[in-house]
Ligand binder design. Structure first.
Ligand SMILES: Nc1ncnc2c1ncn2[C@@H]1O[C@H](COP(=O)(O)OP(=O)(O)OP(=O)(O)O)[C@@H](O)[C@H]1O
Length: 341
């Protein structure tokens, strides 16, 4: 049963729907990512869940209790949710301990009980040894962990995270992804994580809501988004892949390797459908469809190539050997996913 329900929620600024009839049923303890390009309405959706924005249509329910509708608005502090911001939002004049304990102190918790609860939260994010430091004397990752500890002390049912890793460098981001997962496992709270970084979403989330122009494109597992995208837009947004237009006589959801010679030579003749081909599903073979290498990127463990099919459509694939620009090779496709236009 859904713990958190977004039922047809919308938000308009002027005539523009920045969140357009989004519905999601989120289960207790799920790690959910809201993923999409800049400006697609992710943050606005999160802020509506948190209670910082009013709804124009729809309802938000937590455990079947109405939190928000156009006529009703439960205040953010009464929603049993906690938000972690990209900017950390730490008080510069308070120590790590008092930053993390801020919500407890507001509730009147003092003395040993205060220290015990805050230290428990700091230990969860491995920050107990830095309890007396001030935020200026912390690295970006440590600041983000302090912000997580502050979130943890209030034992929220739902943790809302708005691009929390956006200010960190690549290496730190990877280690913080692990921290978030551990933090999620330990708390058992429901996480809703806003990001425009699909690798981050894929690495952490159980389920991803892919948004585009305020609308929900697909609500699915990372694996399904990658292997079975619901639309051409999702197919091109998620991962690297080639969306090839296919002639009308070749349809069906699963196109097999045997079809590909025919498919490629006729591709583009009639644009009645399309198929997604992932680069790892393309192999260079002795006999297959002829393609012309156009672009090469060295990736260390392999090369990534873009080659032109007979009809000029680009096909991305990986190969361990060096191929030259303009070289003709033959390829086979092991798997492709049919897309409805
Ligand atoms: N207060 C506001 N008034 C008018 N337009 C707004 C307001 N807040 C957000 N918008 C617009 O709503 C759209 C969605 O914004 P939102 O911040 O939700 O997107 P996002 O997907 O989180 O983007 P980003 O990844 O860049 O943060 C944007 O076009 C933005 O300019």
């Amino acid at each position: 049963m859904a713990q958190l329900t977004l039922d047809n929620i919308s938000k308009h600024y002027g005539d523009h729907a920045v969140v357009d009839e989004i519905s999601l049923a989120i289960e207790k303890g799920q790690f959910v990512a809201l993923l999409g390009p800049s400006g697609c309405g992710k943050t606005t959706t999160l802020r509506m869940i948190a209670g910082f924005e009013q709804l124009d249509t729809g309802r938000i329910l937590l455990n079947d209790i109405l939190l928000a509708s156009p006529e009703h608005h439960t205040e953010p502090e009464r929603r049993n949710m906690s938000m972690v911001f990209q900017s950390y939002a730490l008080w510069p004049h308070k120590t790590v301990l008092d930053n993390a304990g801020y919500t407890l102190s507001l509730k009147g918790v003092r003395g040993q009980a205060y220290r015990d609860q805050v230290f428990a939260a700091l230990e969860t994010v491995n920050l107990g040894h830095l309890a007396d430091r001030y935020p200026q004397a912390l690295s970006g990752g440590q600041r983000q962990r302090a912000a997580l500890a502050r979130c943890l002390v209030s034992h929220p049912e739902v943790v809302l995270l708005d691009e929390p890793l956006a200010n960190l460098d690549v290496h730190l981001r990877a280690s913080m992804e692990a921290t978030f997962r551990q933090f999620h496992d330990r708390t058992g709270a429901t996480f809703i994580y806003v990001t425009h970084d699909q690798a981050e979403a894929m690495a952490m989330a159980d389920r991803i809501a892919v948004m585009n122009h305020g609308r929900l494109e697909q609500w699915d597992t990372p694996e399904n988004l990658y292997r079975r995208p619901a639309s051409r837009w999702v197919a091109t947004f998620i991962g690297k892949g080639s969306v090839l237009d296919v002639p009308s006589h070749v349809h069906g959801k699963h196109l097999r390797a045997d079809d590909i010679g025919n498919l490629l030579s006729n591709a583009g003749a009639m644009h009645r459908g399309a198929m997604l081909v992932r680069p790892e599903d393309v192999t260079v073979v002795a006999e297959g469809a002829r393609v012309t290498v156009r672009h090469r990127v060295y990736q260390g463990e392999r090369y990534q190539y873009i080659a032109d099919l007979a009809d000029g459509q680009p096909l991305t694939f990986y190969h361990s050997r060096l191929l030259d620009h303009g070289q003709i090779v033959q390829v086979q496709i092991a798997h492709a996913w049919g897309l409805d236009l």
